[in-house]
Design a protein around this ligand. Sequence first.
Ligand code: NAD
Ligand code: TYD
Length: 343
Amino acid sequence: MGLQPFRRILVTGGAGFIGSHFVRLALEHDLEVVVLDKLTYAGSLLNLEGVLDHPRLHFLQGDIADPAAVAEAIAGCQAVVNFAAETHVDRSLLEPAAFVQTNVWGTMVLLEHALRTGVQRFLHVSTDEVYGEVLTGAAREIDPLHPRNPYAASKAAAEHFVFSYWTSYRLPVLVTRGCNTYGPYQHPEKFIPLAITNLLSGQPIPLYGDGLHERDWLYVDDHCRAIWTVLLHGQPGQAYNIGASQHRPNIAVARAIVHLLGADPASIVHVSDRPGHDRRYAVEWSKLAALGWAPRTSCEEGLARTIAWYRSRPDWWTARRDEAFAAYYARNYRDRGTPVTQP
Ligand code: NAD
Ligand code: TYD
């Protein structure tokens, strides 16, 4: 396939964290981009600032689980990239039903319409969490899925439906399984922005359990380039892991953020652990490397860039942080016996 096969693509969840960066990347190419986003607590038109009035961007507010909204959004599109999802593990432990509704049922509605309209590519953005915890080594795409929390279970269930549309109907699907991603515009409920914005607000970093849980940290631009690579060059019916080879235990990430912000090391506070907390994620990503992709941003460089952005954008994160506290942090920590203080 040549380098620009699509004239119009549908990006669901394009007003969220990774989706909004992907929309910017897609607009650098000569494409019409339709964004379908429900604008949940996690989505915002502010995330598309600078491109919202781009002549090739068409924004539709709507739910991927709503057939009428999907029918309108997908019309004339040759490709779909599905970012739309409920994405926070801690919220999935409190309210799993919303994760089934959007992540599983919403994906089904998209698949049905993609089949009906005959798209050339259906790229489903999944996660390395579908493998469950990987205590040693690294998961390969052929490994079985063992999701262990409601978020991961909903993402794995969605993947099974996606692949069933390949085997049953030959819908040209692709799946990416990215590792933990960070960067500007990430909601302050997630670990790295939570740590940064807490320190900037004079609050401690709550570190779950012993802090030795390990994640592989991928800068958002690298994740978006990986998805673009798979969209253009991936083989239908296949999954592609996206790793950064920047594995760090959470305590090391917290210490790096404390150091970069010149904060007091005592601002890292151990709190009770997340139930069913996966100890380690790791993926083997040579299949994607064979398509010509490699990450470009080290964890240190990415953290410095991310911190600089959050320092300059309290207007973006303050209200989100307050809302998350009211809606969820307080309940999350109270239920787990951790003292709660208003941020
Ligand atoms: P996010 O929570 O920041 O954004 C999700 C977006 O989807 C929001 O704009 C929200 O409004 C929208 N949305 C939610 N429900 C919807 C619905 N029913 N219909 C339409 N839009 C809806 O998420 P993110 O971190 O940008 O993640 C994007 C995708 O990447 C998700 O599928 C996630 O599972 C996957 N992923 C994320 C990471 C990560 O570390 N953030 C890593 C790997 C994979
Ligand atoms: P998170 O950003 O929720 O991503 P995921 O659970 O999908 O990997 O969390 C990243 C890691 O940080 C995870 O091991 C849980 C941990 N964590 C904390 O220690 N404290 C926190 O306040 C949060 C939100 C996460």
